[in-house]
Write a protein that binds this ligand. Sequence first.
Ligand SMILES: [Zn+2]
Ligand SMILES: [Zn+2]
Length: 382
Amino acid sequence: MIKWNEINWPTFLFFVFSPIGAIAGVVYVALYVGFHPATIALTVFMIFATGIGITGGYHRLFSHKSYEASKLVRWLYVFFGSAALEMSVIEWAYDHRNHHRYVDNEKDPYAITKGFWFAHILWLFRKRGTGNREEVDLNLVQDLWKDPVLRFQHRFYLPIALTTSFLFPAAIAALWGDFTGGLLIAGLARTVWVHQATFCINSVCHFLGTQPYSDRHTARDSWFTSLVTYGEGYHNYHHEFPVDYRNGIRKYQYDPTKWLIFAMSKMGLVWNLKRIPDEKILAAKMEMQEKKLAALSEKKAQSVGFAEGIAALRESGEKTLVRIQERFDALAKNMKEMRKEKKSRTEMKDLRKQLIRTYRLHNQKAVELMRQISSQRMPAAA
Ligand SMILES: [Zn+2]
Ligand SMILES: [Zn+2]
């Protein structure tokens, strides 16, 4: 629980009154000003620009260094990230690096283990230096502190943030005579929307969805959450492999942040995009599959009271799985060696296909075995 004297009053009041102000603002514009189509377009632009300022900039570039970016891109991220009103890059990255380091533990600043609403928003109501909300330790963000642009943003955060989030859209919309709409819709209402959307990464992404890569933390994958979080819904993958610039690794998975980073790399604006090798990703999935199999066998053995039968069935099935796993490991080793020799993706194409095929076979056999184990009944007494 947060004590009265630990509350960060300006933040608390802002989060209480900004949604009320946003609703009132939308009603006011609807009744007295009217929605200008250009302002609606500006709002949509600002929703994406400021949201991706957080996910592509604050998160994947500055906190995780999952790629490198040109000065122009860094400036744009700082500009639009500031407009999301989520603190300076230095503060944000400090909290986020601690989140990864201590995930779900006492020192995780927005641990889901303290409740959904704590992870979503309540953690922000605490003053720095009270409870688990530590003062920023520059040692953890040394690399960012070295950047004069980030230091400047950190020092003058409030005026920069207020200018970029409210005055900037209002001034743009004033070009077509809609200062009020720009301020209330593209400014205030958009800020509130982006807050709630990005806060879902800390709450819903640790609450809803599946755990295909790891169960060592609460992070979950969900395509549905991705829709509002600019692609950050594939959070189980992200916590397992935080240096990957992608969160949704399949081409079709909705991750607009990844698409933008990739497009910018084709234009030469960003580079050195980090990707986790396929064999490592698939190995993590196989490990999770094995864990599920073990958990199911144990549960079933207890519930049907037929432990020997289940164990025998599992043992025979496991032999096949081990054989496939050995083949997978050999292919993975080859892949690793080829990568060391700096072979291109096209050169490794066949090997990669074989690796994926072997993984799929393992998956299929594991699912079959789980189905067999699930359908086991206690043998009728003779
Ligand atoms: Zn997380
Ligand atoms: Zn992260």
